[in-house]
Design a protein around this ligand. Structure first.
Ligand SMILES: C[S@@+](CC[C@H](N)C(=O)[O-])C[C@H]1O[C@@H](n2cnc3c(N)ncnc32)[C@H](O)[C@@H]1O
Length: 303
């Protein structure tokens, strides 16, 4: 764990190695969390270097770093470009995103992210979000629930789950994570139960926080915000996150379609690092099981 026990940073050396080329450049960490990556970035920057970090979770502010080169913006990173402009930065040298939730968010039962502890059905990364997990499970109609569970939970029995949830809430509203687990756990075979419950929670969490919408906005803005030769460095934890990142880095488009200019020449904003994504070593996974699904992708902004 980091000194605060808030979050153990994943692929720390690898991601920061890929991010920084100019020690006096301007860098952005869009997912500050416990500040593990930000601290490493600052340790490598010179006196003139700058780091602007974002986090939509109010709790992350308790980890703010007291350093004149550092600024923490308490906002969704979908508004990155506006905040940077407001702070006087039109272009930056590198953007780092370590997607998903922090260990802290999982570990506080009242936040409702964990299938293992009882808490309110909340799952909001930040308190300004109006949607909560309780609203999704108690108010979404069956078709919407099915969409969330299928598209974001990647569950093959999404229809069955949606119908069980609707039947259960007609008797009594869902209040806690435990209510939800108890209502659906029996449909999964015991050996796959935890894995599938985690997928249900993942799906609802992605919907509540519109994680795909934020990621898409971030990727699109990175084209404008990065200087030529600037690095886009993204750590993702599941295929729903990794797929758009991979496509965007390759083609500059979320569907993976390369645009052509007037003369038919391909217009690719990035050159992705060749080969497979970087994954954590066996030693890192042994020390930190939350690193096991991490994939690091890097792309350089073309001139
Ligand atoms: C995996 S943790 C990052 C941990 C961090 N790299 C560290 O070393 O401690 C992800 C963090 O990003 C934040 N986050 C996720 N999506 C966000 C978004 N759209 N805008 C701003 N912050 C976001 C979460 O609140 C969480 O604190």
């Amino acid at each position: 764990m980091s000194s605060s026990g808030y979050h153990e940073p994943v692929l720390l050396r690898e991601s920061v190695d890929a991010l920084i080329e100019d020690m006096n450049g301007v860098y952005v960490d869009v997912t500050f969390g416990g500040g593990g990556h930000s601290r490493e970035v600052l340790s490598r920057l010179g006196d003139k270097g700058k780091l602007i970090a974002f986090d939509r979770d109010e709790d992350a502010q308790s980890n703010v770093i007291n350093d004149p080169r550092f600024t923490l913006v308490p906002s969704d990173f979908r508004f990155m470009q506006n905040h940077l402009r407001f702070a006087g930065y039109r272009k930056v040298d590198g953007i780092l995103a370590d997607l998903g939730v922090s260990s802290h968010q999982f570990d506080v039962p009242e936040r409702g992210f964990s299938i293992r502890t009882e808490g309110k059905l909340d799952m909001r990364m930040g308190k300004t979000t109006e949607l909560t997990a309780a609203k999704v499970v108690n108010k979404y109609d069956e078709a919407e629930l099915m969409r969330v569970l299928k598209n974001y939970g990647e569950l093959s029995n999404a229809r069955q789950l949606a119908s069980i949830i609707v039947a259960r809430r007609n008797e009594r509203k869902f209040e806690t994570t435990e209510d939800l687990v108890q209502a659906i756990e029996k449909v999964f075979p015991p050996q796959k139960r935890m894995q599938n419950l985690a997928k249900v929670f993942q799906g609802i969490r992605i919907e509540v926080n519109d994680e795909m919408g934020s990621l898409e906005a971030l990727l699109k803005q990175s084209v404008e915000v990065l200087k030529p030769k600037g690095n886009l460095v993204v750590i993702s934890y599941h295929s729903l996150e990794d797929r758009p990142v991979k496509r965007f880095m390759r083609a500059g488009d979320l569907d993976g379609e390369v645009k052509k200019d007037f003369f038919g020449n391909p217009e690719r904003p990035f050159t992705p690092q060749p080969g497979k994504p970087i994954t954590p070593s066996k030693e890192e996974i042994e020390k930190n099981s939350r690193a096991r699904s991490a994939k690091l992708r890097v792309a350089k902004r073309n001139e």
